[in-house]
Design a protein around this ligand. Structure first.
Ligand SMILES: Cc1cc2nc3c(=O)[nH]c(=O)nc-3n(C[C@H](O)[C@H](O)[C@H](O)COP(=O)(O)O)c2cc1C
Length: 189
């Protein structure tokens, strides 16, 4: 009998404009070290405003941004979706949840989500007031009903940019906890 898989070859990480992007480098290092042989990243325009794509490029194999079409051949949304053994959205903004739940394809990341043939794993990070909105909860339900996976945030003390204080808020699961969840999913997919 073959051993259960605990790592993958190709991990695609979609990064959107949530403040949790400040922790993205830690996640990329952990995912590359313990889970995926090759990691490609797609950043939205809002994400690229919050964290430099050049910094992200130091910690993954390739970064993809929204660009106007050129004659240069490069992987587009369909190729990126096909390449991925697993597609993780980390962090997922309220906007990305809403776009994906409604099948909208406004940029490279949302278009690649729509082109994905495997379930997409969303790791939302939003302020508690946004998280508790019925519209957001409805989008999360829709994504789950459509066969995607939502790895919910947890409560922990963290620095809140809006107020400038450390407060109990919603944060992404720790990298080792997330990797444990992904390994479990590998056995289920
Ligand atoms: C400093 C800053 C922090 C933000 N943090 C969050 C966040 O944690 N969660 C969220 O859903 N939106 C957050 N936003 C708002 C999103 O960036 C905004 O909705 C944007 O349009 C998302 O675009 P995207 O989903 O294409 O990346 C933040 C915006 C700024 C300027």
């Amino acid at each position: 009998m073959s051993e259960p898989r605990s790592s993958i070859d190709h991990l695609l990480v979609g990064v959107s404009g949530s403040i949790a992007i400040l922790n993205l480098p830690t996640y990329l290092v952990a995912l590359r070290a313990a889970f995926a042989r090759e990691v490609r990243v797609i950043m939205t325009g809002a994400a690229a405003q919050l964290l430099s794509p050049s910094t992200v490029a130091l910690l993954c194999d390739e970064v993809f941004l929204d660009e106007v079409p050129t004659s240069q051949k490069r992987p587009g949304h369909v190729e990126l979706a096909n390449w991925a053994d697993m597609f993780l959205i980390l962090p997922a903004s309220a906007n990305i949840l809403g776009q994906a739940a409604n099948g909208l394809a406004q940029n490279l990341l949302t278009t690649t989500i729509l082109a994905s043939q495997t379930p997409v794993i969303f790791c939302p990070n939003l302020n508690e007031k946004m998280w508790s909105k019925e519209a957001v909860q409805r989008n999360l339900r829709t994504l789950t009903e459509d066969g995607h996976v939502v790895v919910g945030p947890k409560h922990a003390p963290a620095y809140e940019v809006g107020t400038g204080v450390v407060t109990d808020t919603l944060v992404l699961p720790e990298p080792d906890v997330l990797i444990g969840r992904l390994e479990k999913m590998l056995r289920q997919f």
